[in-house]
Design a protein around this ligand. Structure first.
Ligand SMILES: CC(C)(COP(=O)(O)OP(=O)(O)OC[C@H]1O[C@@H](n2cnc3c(N)ncnc32)[C@H](O)[C@@H]1OP(=O)(O)O)[C@@H](O)C(=O)NCCC(=O)NCCS
Length: 143
């Protein structure tokens, strides 16, 4: 079942995972979309043997990424990069991608910096470990 798989992946990928009831609300109330990636790098709705997942919410002018998680043994194989490319290709020129990341998450910060995200805002001492939350934005070039 989707919720169970997502919960399992969250607990492996994140030090402070969403609880199952939070994931349920995101999927049902916030209408979050979840996609998976397999070891061939194929992005699919199927959660059979996924290497990672992305959870995002469609916005009027783009999307907000809530999570990208890649299982530890599949990291540094450009799977998260593939998700970012894939999502950008679903959007229109001028749209934006928003997300929030801990300032101490060096892997994610480097990924998003390389992908062209810029800091929009900062929420000081936002996370449980005392780190700042950075709201990042990537604007797709207008036509
Ligand atoms: C952050 C995360 C999603 C990156 O996924 P990934 O599939 O390993 O990243 P990619 O292989 O696509 O990396 C693309 C680029 O990002 C940068 N990058 C990724 N991980 C990095 C790391 N650990 N250290 C430094 N740079 C890193 C590199 O520039 C990399 O390109 P390169 O390998 O050619 O040098 C993964 O480490 C993860 O799941 N972490 C735990 C969950 C999390 O923090 N998610 C993000 C917050 S929502």
């Amino acid at each position: 079942m989707l919720l169970q798989k997502l919960n399992e992946l969250e607990e492996i990928c994140f030090p402070f995972p969403y609880r199952e009831d939070q994931l349920h609300s995101l999927l049902t109330i916030a209408k979050a979309i979840c996609l998976f990636i397999n070891k061939q790098g194929q992005i699919t709705e199927s959660y059979e043997q996924p290497c990672g997942y992305v959870l995002y919410i469609p916005l009027d002018d783009g999307i907000e990424i809530l999570r990208i998680g890649i299982l530890p043994e599949y990291r540094r194989k450009h799977l998260a990069w593939s998700f970012l490319q894939y999502l950008a290709n679903t959007l229109s020129p001028g749209d934006r991608i928003l997300l929030e990341v801990s300032s101490l998450n060096t892997a994610a910060m480097e990924l998003y910096r390389k992908a062209g995200f810029q800091v929009l805002r900062k929420r000081a001492s936002y996370y449980q470990d005392g780190s700042d939350a950075l709201i990042l934005e990537k604007k797709l070039l207008p036509n």
